[in-house]
Structures are given as C-alpha cells and as structure tokens.
Design a protein around this ligand. Sequence first.
Ligand SMILES: Nc1ncnc2c1ncn2[C@@H]1O[C@H](COP(=O)(O)OP(=O)(O)OP(=O)(O)O)[C@@H](O)[C@H]1O
Ligand SMILES: [Mg+2]
Length: 401
Amino acid sequence: MIYTQKQRTLMDLWKQNKLCRLNILEGSVSSGKTWISLVLWAFWVATMPQDKLYLMCGKSLTTLKRNCLIPLEELVGSSNFTFSLAAKEGYLFGRRMLLEGGNDARSESKIRGLTLQGAYCDELTLFPRDFFVMLLSRLRVPGAKLIATTNPDSPQHWLKTEYIDRENELDLLDMRFTLDDNTTLDPDYVDSIKAEYTGVFYERFIRGEWCLAEGRIYSQFDPAKHIRREGPSKGRWYISVDYGTMNAFSAGLWRYDGETAYRAAEWYYSGRKTRRQLTNTQYLKQLQYLAGDRPIEAVIVDPSAASFIAELRQAGFTVRKGKNDVVDGIRRTASALQQGKLLFSPVCTDCIREFGLYCWDEKAPEDRPLKENDHAMDEVRYFVSTIMCGDIHYHAVKGGI
Ligand SMILES: Nc1ncnc2c1ncn2[C@@H]1O[C@H](COP(=O)(O)OP(=O)(O)OP(=O)(O)O)[C@@H](O)[C@H]1O
Ligand SMILES: [Mg+2]
C-alpha cells in the first residue's frame, strides 16, 4: 500500500498513539479520505478487543455498501472481512460489526442501549444530529473511538459549530483533505471533477471550505450561454410540472437528445395574480395545448400532486413523479448548466426570470432555497433529477446517482 503524504500523516498519528476519541477526516471529493479511513479502521479494529462491539454506518445501508463495505473488502480481502446487509452485520478480523443507515428516522433507537468500542461513519454531515449525539453516548468504553469522513457543508451545520469548531475543547482530531492531496489521481480526472462543480458546491466539494449557500442559487445561469433560439432537431419530448393552485403552476416543454435538454416552451399561471384558480381539467387542457401534436415520453410532476397525476394518467399521459431531494437536485441542475447541457428558448420568460431571482435562504440553519420565485425552478430540477441525472457527468459517489 502506498499512502499519499496526507494519508501518511494520519497513519503516523495512529502509530504514535495520537488519535483522539473523535477523528474526523473532512474535505474535498476524491481527496482520499474514505480510502485511508478504511485502512485506519481496519488496522485499528485489528488491535482492539475481539469481544467488543463495533458499528459502521452510512447515510443509508446502500451507500454504506457502495462507499465503504465493498472497498473495505477489496482492501483487506474477503477472508478478513465479510458482511451481510440483510443481517446488518459483518466481521472484520473476527470482530463483530453492526451495520446501520443513519438517515432512517428509527436509526437512533436502534443504537440506543449499545456499548461500542468503535464507530465508523461515512458522510457524517448527512446524519441527523440526534443520531450522532446518541452514537457518541454509546462510545463509552475506555479507548473507544470514532472515525468519520465528511465533505464540508454550511458553516452553521451542527457538525461544524458543535464539534469541529470546538476541536480544542473536545477530544477531537480534525484533518482536512483537499483534492490536490490525492496524488494517486490522474490529473485529467482531477480537471474533469473540478469542472463538474460550480458556485457554493465548488467551494465545498473542490476547495473543501465550509461555506454558506448565499445569494443567487444559479449564479452560473448566463443568458448569453443558455438562451438559444433553436433547439436540437432530434430527441424525445417531455413536460415537467410544478403544481400549484394558489401558488403558481409552472410547466416546461423539453426536448432531450440524451446529451442536452432544450426547454422549447412553457406555460406559467399564477392563480393568486389573476385571482382565478383553475381546475385540474383546465390545467390538463393547457398541458395538452403545450404538447401540441408532439409525442410526450413522460410528464414529470411534483410528487405531491396526487389528484392531478391521476387526471394526467386518465388522459393517457405517462407520468413520472419528480425526484424531490432539493439540494441534490439543485447541485445536479447547477452542474448541467455549468456543462452547457440545459438550454432555454427565449419564450420561457417566467423560467428565465426565476433563474435571476431564485435565492438561498441565508437565515436557515441548513441549505434551503427561499420559497419564492421557485415554481419553474422546482420543475426544472424535477426534470434534471428524474430524466437527465444519469447522463450528467457527475462524480459518482455524490447524490446517489
Ligand atoms: N493511497 C491510495 N492508493 C490508491 N488509491 C487511492 C489512495 N487513496 C485514494 N485512492 C483512490 O482515490 C479515489 C478517491 O479516494 P476516496 O474515495 O477515499 O476519496 P474521498 O475523499 O472519500 O472522496 P468523497 O468525498 O468523494 O467521498 C478512490 O478511487 C480511491 O480508491
Ligand atoms: Mg468518501
């Protein structure tokens, strides 16, 4: 095994017995945190008592398997590490290891009552704070340790304010990794990852900074680059919908050739502005008008609009419920804009207007857009997350693509 310099520094701390109770490896994507955290975890566990209990957790069991369990198996060999997701347990050098997903509302109760010698957490900022607090209270035997990795988030995130910022008061080691620390990567690959992120996501995922999501969300939207009179001559047609009765109803007509999506037209209606609400049947008529005689592959709809979804299906449309993970969707949309894969006809005036106005809620403790000027923005995001996401060149580990 050949370590990068940063990784060697960490392993030297372990050898000199200078690890802390809480050890957090944070920083940019692909900076080698997970790889070295697994090496460290395996070496450390192997020196710890065999009759004690250990825990490995990720945002979900699926991401834990993909990000950690399979790489760990590759690192130490399947004779030293075996696991079963169904049984939610594994054995590492003969030590029993519980496996858990931290984002499950019931996960906190599952670790209640345990006594752990060690815990490993992947992508720690994605865990609920209560789960983490409970986890720390379970690490109650002498020499118990936590090893965790994470990308940075908002500077107001609980992990930053309550733990990392208090490094000097707590028994906590915080080690920061940057993309350039990972000297095992091909420079072309590094360039391509850098090009995938933009705005606040670039600051966090490439530069490794805990920085606030502030100001305009899609600052990379540039009329000169993204507004085009002509769309592609090939491709399938889709309609994306954000449903509203008092709030605006927004629909976009898209042509997508598997590479680039062109928003050819839109229909935007504000019941509040016009003081006249429309019925589902009237909305349906407008969508049929927007579709014209084009074959519509699918209508991607706000997942909460149950009655309208039923109406669309009855009228013969194929409906797909929009994937609604807001921040992941924004990240994908920003990435698609950055890569020039989202283009807009000048007739999409309300969508273009919202691009200029859509802002982060700077007072919120976590990343959250202000709930205004967000109707077209929501359906653009549903379209990108549901239809395009597998086709955007996007760092595979993030966002669960
Ligand atoms: N010392 C090393 N030797 C060989 N390959 C390495 C080494 N360190 C890291 N890598 C490889 O570099 C890539 C990125 O490393 P890793 O997954 O650990 O990054 P990360 O910091 O956890 O990123 P993310 O924030 O995206 O989870 C992986 O493919 C990993 O196998
Ligand atoms: Mg990782």
